[in-house]
Ligand binder design. Structure first.
Ligand code: 5GP
Ligand code: MN
Length: 328
């Protein structure tokens, strides 16, 4: 059942019993920020709450208040009364094959979200799950939004908007950010903790990945590739490749950037970024993934060359459609 903000606020306020909070695998700033923000908020609301992720938390989120409460586990054995899943548009993205909970809730902002829980709020136009969460929290009890809630929430808004630069940034996003700063969030502290603690290994990985830069479709598509052997060679963590896709996207004339990441042999994670014309969420959806208009992805088994061939064909069609629409 789809709920509006007020109905979701009522639902969460009245939740009783054991509540589990989780998010998507390979958690990013919005995933960690929204789930941890809710965890800290629900603690203040005196709820019985646990927070469990499928994947390890990237080290650059270690400054977030309450992060030590996050458990990392391959499966969830305990039975819960409720599960709140944040920033997730399809059940596979949680990374768990099963979540033992009586009732389930999704709070999300993906355009490709398909209902898979008992209750859901999905706002595809909002910058981030964190921004949406903030509005719902305010409707529950504004006085509970202290620094332990505001800091993770600000972090997710900042990362999902690329530092308030992407087209998902609205006037309202800045209003929310201003309110969070008034609560005491230190933007420089958040920024430096996430972006200015790079390990040399990351830069070495970037060097290897940038060497794979190549173009397709009259240079409208730029792509880079991360082979597993690069991680071994540089001893970098996979999450240190976050943001690499911004380099091919930044090239003049490029419409779509693609990042192929080898997860295991013949298992690839493909990320896409659009500069505005191509709706990459539609392309990703056709490959079983999802995301946003300008940022989307999917996972696929198979040989890299075959995946590339199939994807570039789909992108060719998407580009043709985009150009046709912009001139008609
Ligand atoms: P990223 O490329 O940074 O991993 O993800 C960009 C966006 O695409 C995110 O909003 C993310 O949720 C979505 N996305 C990435 N990979 C997948 C996927 O395998 N499945 C789905 N449904 N969405 C994905
Ligand atoms: Mn998000």
């Amino acid at each position: 059942m789809k709920l509006n903000r007020k109905e979701m606020a009522e639902l969460i306020k009245n939740m009783s019993g054991k509540i589990l909070i989780t998010t998507h695998k390979n958690p990013d700033g919005d995933a960690v920020g929204s789930s941890l923000g809710w965890f800290n908020f629900l603690k203040k609301l005196r709820k019985e709450v646990k927070i469990i992720y499928r994947d390890r938390i990237p080290f650059f989120f270690d400054f977030l208040p309450g992060i030590e409460n996050v458990e990392v586990s391959e499966e969830i054995k305990e039975q819960f009364d409720w599960v709140i899943i944040t920033d997730v548009s399809d059940p596979e993205r949680t990374g768990f094959s099963e979540i033992p909970a009586e009732r389930s809730v999704v709070i999300d902002h993906h355009i490709t979200a398909e209902p898979f829980t008992d209750y859901a709020i999905v706002e595809p136009e909002i910058s981030s799950t964190c921004e949406l969460s903030y509005h719902i929290m305010k409707l529950i009890d504004e006085s509970l939004i202290d620094l332990s809630v505001a800091t993770p929430v600000y972090t997710g808004i900042m990362t999902d908007t690329g530092g308030f630069n992407y087209s998902n940034t609205s006037p309202e996003t800045h209003v929310v950010a201003a309110e969070l700063l008034k609560i005491g969030v230190d933007p420089y502290k958040v920024y430096t903790n996430i972006f200015e603690r790079n390990r040399i290994n990351k830069l070495k990985l970037l060097e290897l990945v940038l060497k794979t830069l190549a173009f397709e479709l009259k240079e409208k598509v730029a792509h880079i590739t991360l082979f597993r052997k690069f991680l071994e060679e540089t001893e970098a963590y996979p999450e240190e490749a976050e943001g690499f896709i911004n380099y091919p996207r930044s090239i003049a004339g490029v419409e779509v950037a693609v990042f192929f990441k080898e997860i295991e042999e013949n298992h690839w994670k493909v990320s896409m970024r659009s500069k505005g014309r191509v709706i990459v969420a539609e392309v990703a959806k056709a490959f079983g993934g999802g995301g946003h208009k300008m940022a989307a992805g999917f996972e696929k088994e198979g040989n890299l060359e075959e995946i590339k061939k199939e994807l570039f064909k789909a992108l060719e069609e998407a580009l043709e459609k985009a150009y046709y629409e912009s001139y008609s």
